[in-house]
Design a protein around this ligand. Structure first.
Ligand code: ZN
Length: 232
């Protein structure tokens, strides 16, 4: 019974701004599998995908439709914008959950995929315990098809990527030589320089005079790896 509940767990709330400008009144609740299908189709059709460059895991799919409403009328481009917000914050992923999802993810390209057996993930030599499997399904990070094959959902892959790339801003204090009227001089603390640094080893291009420039470097790095997940 629990398996059925968790397999249908909601992974995203989607708000749709339709071509006619009408917004869906209540956000659609999407299971991980439904969201995977939606994202897969959007990527396949070449829709525009934009990611929020923060740690929220939110993103937007934009489908453009160009056409004429009458035979001689001007061409118009209408957009359908779908905004997806994960129901579980990616930042709540634990190191253990990351490892468990890695086991499943590594099997995705293997001859035999990981499977759900008696409520736990069986990935050949490795397995994910019952309770941990239930939690991963419940968060929408893991999803299973009716045959029992399991895979890491887009929601799971995005949360994994955010776990792999934990950014911080490095600070380097600068001292300056102060020369006084009496001729004495001393080193006094001056301003500082900032640099983006990511746990994956990535560093911002250089030291920045302003913290917000380093923050921008962090966001650009995040945008790049999140898009790589979405468009893979
Ligand atoms: Zn990184």
């Amino acid at each position: 019974m629990e398996k059925q509940i968790t397999a249908a767990a909601v992974a995203y709330r989607a708000t749709v701004f339709d071509y006619d400008g009408i917004t869906s009144e209540t956000p659609l609740a999407l299971t991980a599998a439904e969201a995977d299908t939606m994202i897969g189709l959007a990527v396949c059709d070449g829709d525009e995908v934009t990611v929020d460059p923060d740690r929220s895991g939110r993103f937007t799919l934009i489908r453009a439709l160009t056409g004429r409403s009458t035979a001689t009328g001007p061409a118009r481009t209408l957009r359908k914008v779908t905004r997806l917000v994960p129901t579980t914050a990616p930042r709540t992923m634990t190191a253990r959950q990351y490892e468990d999802l890695t086991i499943v993810h590594e099997r995705e390209n293997a001859r035999t995929a990981a499977r759900l057996r008696d409520g736990r993930v069986d990935a050949g030599l490795q397995c994910v315990p019952l309770a941990a499997t239930g939690r991963l399904l419940g968060r929408g990070w893991l999803t299973a098809d009716p045959s029992g094959e399991v895979w890491v959902s887009y929601a799971g892959r995005i949360a994994m990527a955010l776990h792999e790339h934990r950014a911080e801003i490095l600070f380097k204090g600068l001292d300056k030589l102060v020369r006084r009227a009496d001729g004495s001089e001393s080193w006094e603390p001056g301003g500082g320089l900032f640099r983006a640094a990511c746990s994956c080893g990535h560093r911002g291009e250089g030291w920045r005079e302003e913290r917000r420039s380093a923050s921008r470097d962090v966001r650009e790095h995040r945008r790049a790896f999140l898009l790589a997940v979405m468009l893979a």
